[in-house]
Design a protein around this ligand. Sequence first.
Ligand SMILES: [Zn+2]
Length: 198
Amino acid sequence: MASQEIENLSQALARLPGLGPRSARRAVLWLVKNRSTALDQVLDALSTVKERLVECDTCGNVDTQNPCTICADPKRDAKSICVVEDVADLWALDRARLFTGTFHVLGGRLSALDGVRPEDLTIDTLLGRVEAGGVDEVVLAMNATLEGQTTAHYIAERLEGHSVRITQLAHGLPVGGELDYLDEGTLAQALRARRPLG
Ligand SMILES: [Zn+2]
């Protein structure tokens, strides 16, 4: 029977995706055993991230600097913006390392069911970036779900009349597919074969 403090830690870890109560208990046990070496390292990493986490004012990425590492990188092609629903999608696409432009995180998808309206997403900020000039291409990288595609079409409509090329990920993506769950090869393929939004 563990103390309440240790039990609290187990419960906190059990909420992490991919863990669950059993793995969480094993992780806690390991941390307790290796407290002299591993515990400080985990604590330091956690508190540094907690202190420094900010949302990028430009793209909505979550990073420890603002503008984020991607927006601040001069090697990135600012003429091309890849629009994604969530930060997880940005990270997934960036892991594939094929997109050399910048990103824009919407903060969700339009959904009548969940009451998510255009003004709840960062669509105006995206339009602002396009209107500020210097953008040639907007890649709509929404999930291959009904709501994702509705969102893509809505954004395409809002971008009408702006002199940007609007493309969409080629959906070799499985229907209903969420970007974050795809392997890097599939993502890379979808990005390479992106096509004009029809
Ligand atoms: Zn950014």
